[in-house]
Design a protein around this ligand. Sequence first.
Ligand SMILES: C[S@@+](CC[C@H](N)C(=O)[O-])C[C@H]1O[C@@H](n2cnc3c(N)ncnc32)[C@H](O)[C@@H]1O
Length: 231
Amino acid sequence: MWAPLSSRLFLIQAKKAYFFKIALFNFFSHNLFIKYNVLSICSKISYLSEIMYKPKRLKLSLRMKLFLDSALQNDSFWDLCCDHGYVGLGALVLNNHEKSFTSVYFVDQVSHIMKSLQLRIDHLYNKPNIPYALYCLPAEDLDVDLTGTVLIAGVGGFTIKKILSNLLSKNKLKAKRLLLSPHTDVKILEEYIAFDEYQKCYFLKDKLSVVVGKKEKPFYILDQKNIKEIS
Ligand SMILES: C[S@@+](CC[C@H](N)C(=O)[O-])C[C@H]1O[C@@H](n2cnc3c(N)ncnc32)[C@H](O)[C@@H]1O
């Protein structure tokens, strides 16, 4: 349905403000002092454009859809190192339509990212009808049980290894499925997956690849050992 002309113009202005923010940052980023001031202006513009510009539909890339398709139904979904949180948002919004989750958790260590994400959730057209929570901390410091499916994508293999080994050592990693897609340090992660201690808990169910820009990145699906039936 079309919004009235005034609100359409309002949305266009907000969208422009968002792109203006990026251009402004790129232009001044050579000077540290200016960069600091520009950053603070940018974050204000970003805040305003977040609350003014509400995208009608959540756009999920094929990569993100693959992540969601690979997650377990009727269980929790954890989006670690979530950044924009699109995959977790997809899990919230698609709930009851294409895939059902019982709860969705977003984790990122950067506070302004989590503030923007909370705003984005507040302005979703499809209001979440399942519980969700946002955690702003390094994922390796989580002190709650992680169940269902855990996704860690878009960070280096070393970071993924650090997060998994810390959670395992605290006995917090109780997920039935892990979805891992490192952007760098692939070998480090592959060695870790093959490592004895880790192998006691999870086995490699599938190795796929996903396209990011013009590059292909690996995508590992691991299941907890002794899971008899996986949907
Ligand atoms: C490139 S984004 C990945 C976004 C998304 N997961 C994807 O694949 O499209 C990387 C994000 O990981 C976050 N991050 C990096 N290390 C982290 C850690 N140890 N704990 C939590 N977040 C982390 C960063 O703050 C950043 O927002």
